[in-house]
Design a protein around this ligand. Sequence first.
Ligand SMILES: O=c1ccn([C@H]2C[C@H](O)[C@@H](COP(=O)(O)OP(=O)(O)OP(=O)(O)O)O2)c(=O)[nH]1
Ligand SMILES: [Mg+2]
Length: 153
Amino acid sequence: MNHPKVAVKLLDPRLGDSLPLPTYATEGSAGMDLRALLDEALVIQPGETHLVRTGLAIHLADPGLAGVILPRSGLGHKHGIILGNTVGLIDSDYQGELMISVWNRSQKPFTMEPGERLAQYVVVPVVQVQLEVVTDFAASERGAGGFGSSGRH
Ligand SMILES: O=c1ccn([C@H]2C[C@H](O)[C@@H](COP(=O)(O)OP(=O)(O)OP(=O)(O)O)O2)c(=O)[nH]1
Ligand SMILES: [Mg+2]
């Protein structure tokens, strides 16, 4: 494995002990699953949102990278457990604890167990740009068409 190294702080003694550190489940996995750092099971009522700790602080440091927190497809599709912010975007200079906003968008209470894998963390490349004010763009095929301008089928 020759992946770039990224600094992680373990903010709770359970990390790396009863709570495994995030890893790529397979060689081709895009994300690492994040686990809920909870003292006891958490019941999330329909429509409720909870901020759940991970016990991890990851400092990417490189402005050419960002972290993205995404839902897990099984939890989202089968149980309606997705993210209160839809997607979490983690800045490369963020050094605080990774927090997960967990939203139960279903009609049923959901019980989250300590250590449960509740979301996934993906590192993506980022390009920072400089905005340059102009009055006209070079013409493009699309122009200003959007929001279904090309039809449905
Ligand atoms: O799901 C998330 C989303 C964000 N963050 C942390 C890392 C991120 O770098 C920071 C700020 O996130 P964002 O810019 O999306 O939130 P904001 O509401 O704009 O806060 P801020 O004013 O601190 O930028 O919060 C998380 O831990 N989990
Ligand atoms: Mg912000």
